[in-house]
Design a protein around this ligand. Sequence first.
Ligand SMILES: Cc1cc2nc3c(=O)[nH]c(=O)nc-3n(C[C@H](O)[C@H](O)[C@H](O)COP(=O)(O)OP(=O)(O)OC[C@H]3O[C@@H](n4cnc5c(N)ncnc54)[C@H](O)[C@@H]3O)c2cc1C
Length: 380
Amino acid sequence: MKRVAIIGGGPGGLYFAYLWKTRHPADTVRVFEQNPEGATFGFGVVFSARAMDFLRADDPQTADLIAARMETWSDITLVHQGESIALDGVGFSAISRLDLIILLTERARAAGVELSFGAALHSVAELGEYDLIVAADGVNSLVRRSFEGDFQTSLSYLDEKFAWFGTTKRFETLTQTFVETEFGTFNAHHYRYSPTMSTFIVECDRASWQKAGFDHLGPDEMKARCERIFAETLDGHPLVANKSSWRNFPWIWNGRWSYRNMVLIGDALHTAHYSIGSGTRLALEDVLALVKALEAHPDDLRDAFQRYQAERQPVVEKLVRAARESAAWYADFPKHMRLSPIDFAYSYITRAGRIDDERLRSMSPRFMQRYDAQRPRPAA
Ligand SMILES: Cc1cc2nc3c(=O)[nH]c(=O)nc-3n(C[C@H](O)[C@H](O)[C@H](O)COP(=O)(O)OP(=O)(O)OC[C@H]3O[C@@H](n4cnc5c(N)ncnc54)[C@H](O)[C@@H]3O)c2cc1C
């Protein structure tokens, strides 16, 4: 391959750089990242219990390093009408996004990757001559936007609003709290990602967002209002902001995953709604698939790219379908909130349409016992 440029020093870009340089030490591998070293947006990211298995199978060393810095738990908690319902057996782990990036940066540097931080690319032409360009530059990918017709890009936005905060409040499990206020209905996804910090994502429909004045409040007032809405959940702890503005979730898809010597991975290529917590895993899995495809066709980028897309696309499509089902449930959460807490929890856990009662009984026996006990018996 010889000269490889990676745009974007997020989890996908750094992991590709590390893996490629380790396996091809004679190649020049360079990462261009617009942020300074050690700066990132967001707080923690979650992986489902099974999501780490894929990494462990291919790269146990990196998997162990990540696992050592993770918080893990085995239940999800739903809070609705002030009642907490445990969904047992739904395991997750979380790591600070910054820790993950620092860990991957250290590994890439030790492998001999050239890392350029504070290096924002404004045009693909600035890059000069590279044999391979890996576009790992996230949802607003410059590479993708520069050739969106060639990549057959489609982009649409969800109507709901979300903002990504942290908090010093420690939550024992991944928790979803739903509240009704004078402004309307709000949801928070919250989970700890270190012994002292948690992620706190606030989400609401557009009408509640406008009624709460979020369309015109400044950053401090916005944070204060979110703290007020979730005062009981936060229990006196503050929210912590880091570029925590209101956003609409973007659905990104590309019909063609490569063009010339450029190939898309991670969020530049596809997005999966944060309610299924799989974006980082997908980016890391893309890397493993791309490395395998490039190594299977060392002298022909076109064949390698074809293999990458052919093998990876069905897997990603399956996950994106589940993410869309999940996002559709969240879009209707104000309606679901009319259900009793136990029925609401059942509706939540079955939202992606992939779990039937039988599977739920073996996965979450304590929850299903409770659910079955209150379910009306069919007339004899
Ligand atoms: C609210 C929210 C919550 C989420 N929660 C989770 C979760 O719990 N679990 C999970 O797995 N995922 C989660 N995700 C998704 C996750 O953040 C992404 O899927 C993941 O970061 C994708 O990795 P990436 O490397 O493809 O892109 P990114 O992490 O976005 O990295 C892209 C990098 O490219 C850099 N860059 C962009 N343009 C340029 C340029 N022109 N020049 C140089 N550098 C550039 C950026 O600065 C950035 O560092 C969440 C996302 C959101 C929005």
